[in-house]
Design a protein around this ligand. Structure first.
Ligand code: CO
Length: 426
């Protein structure tokens, strides 16, 4: 197996929650010599410096200051969260069995969550002698299951079934005497009394590579950890261009991005302002010479259901990176940003496919147009083609993931020249 695929799989397996995904990425940045910045302290930025910051434990921003005066920012945005179930407050349901009370986080396919070993991971706030501390927790064992109702009792199961998240998807944790045991387990792992939590279910199945030529990869959260990974790898590998390369991984995309660590926050805007102020750069001039790639996975044409795809813009898995278009600007790619991204991919020897919704099927939304409302720069919406989006176990292409790393490395190493409304990328 290609070592790049192995590294992607290690990241996917370690990312049992949005918090663990962000921690894995910051670990990589730390190992690569990036200095952690705190939003609550003054920044002392120097030429040649490499920096990162986090917000909320789930959003990660990283950038490098070139030795020469930068012309603008070259940015990518992806997201660290995935559709899942969140554990509610007072999360135990008692009776003949003990179940966990959960609610939906994001718009998931619900049926795939049933009859699979599950566990719980996330962040807890623990009371310590030094005050309240945030700690990651992961109960690393097969802990829960959402059992299906037998076909004999639910004869409609194969004829279309309406799933009720208040009833059908509550996981079974133990018998009647299991009350309080999960709380005790979590407090033992966290090392103290828990005062607050953000805990999510995750499936226990690891990432795998499969197919007759081992061309497919399946895992939880390929949307959008596959893009977050490709952008991070491209960012770290890229040679210096004429701009400040900037990696953004936001949280909360699956619930509309409206959180302090989401793309609808002022996180990116204020970070760019602080970088410009710290380096004595004219922010408006910098922004006028900047570009954004919004990288979030795209729908590949389904092998059994090609009818859902647009006739001429139906990406296939392992056919290359996808450029997404939408006239209503849910994807912000336009002629300019499409041309620039195609140029990037030409340089990287990466194939580009295009995606449009069928004109009679409304599609999803993503990060680009939300980020634009704060940082208004030309944006290309791209992604990797995948199947079963928002299932708890998704499928994508081994080759495409490597293509994205190469395309993003070429992007960050490039030079953007803006002359009025004309753009050149070399
Ligand atoms: Co996504």
């Amino acid at each position: 197996m290609d070592h790049r695929t192995e590294k992607l799989m290690a990241f996917l397996d370690a990312s049992v929650s949005v918090y663990h995904a962000a921690a894995y990425l910051t670990g990589i940045l730390q190992d690569a010599g990036y200095t952690r910045l705190s939003e609550g302290e003054a920044w002392n930025l120097t030429a040649g410096g490499k920096y990162y910051l986090t917000r909320g434990g789930t959003a990660v921003l990283a950038f490098r200051v070139p030795e020469t005066t930068p012309k603008g920012f070259l940015m990518t945005a992806s997201h660290s969260d995935r559709p899942t179930f969140k554990v509610k407050e007072n999360g135990e349901l008692t009776g003949k069995y003990t179940r966990l009370a959960t609610e939906k986080y994001g718009g998931m396919l619900m049926a795939p969550w049933l009859d699979r070993p599950l566990s719980v991971a996330g962040r807890v706030l623990v009371e310590t002698e030094d005050g309240v501390q945030s700690r990651l927790v992961d109960i690393d064992r097969d802990l829960m299951m959402i059992p299906n109702v037998a076909i004999h009792m639910n004869r409609q199961a194969n004829e279309g079934y309406k799933w009720n998240p208040a009833v059908d998807t509550l996981p079974l944790l133990g018998g009647a005497d299991a009350t309080g045991k999960l709380q005790a387990l979590l407090e033992e792992e966290a090392g103290g009394k828990i005062l607050g939590h953000d805990l999510y279910l995750y499936i226990r199945q690891k990432a795998t590579v499969w197919g007759i030529d081992e061309e497919y990869i399946s895992s939880a959260a390929l949307d959008d950890l596959q893009c977050a990974w490709g952008c991070t790898q491209g960012f770290l590998k890229a040679e210096d261009g004429n701009s400040i390369p900037m990696l953004c991984v936001f949280d909360s995309e699956e619930v509309g991005s409206a959180s302090v660590q989401g793309a609808a926050s002022k996180l990116l805007e204020s970070t760019l302002s602080r970088i410009c102020a710290g380096l004595g750069l004219d922010e408006q001039v910098m922004l006028s010479n900047s570009f954004m790639i919004s990288a979030d996975n795209a729908h590949a044409v389904h092998p059994n259901h090609p009818e859902f795809a647009d006739a001429n813009n139906a990406p296939v898995v392992n056919g290359g990176v996808v450029l997404k278009f939408n006239a209503s600007q849910r994807y912000c790619t336009d002629g300019v940003s499409a041309a620039i991204f195609r140029k990037v991919c030409q340089k990287a020897d990466v194939k580009v496919q295009t995606y449009c919704n069928r004109a009679d099927i409304p599609g999803g939304s993503t990060l680009g147009n939300i980020s634009l409302s704060h940082v208004s720069v030309p944006t290309a919406d791209i992604g990797l083609p995948q199947l079963a989006m928002h299932s708890c176990y998704e499928t994508a292409g081994v080759r495409d993931a490597i293509d994205l790393e190469n395309a993003i490395a070429a992007y960050y190493a490039g030079s953007l020249e803006v002359d009025g409304d004309d753009y050149r990328f070399v």
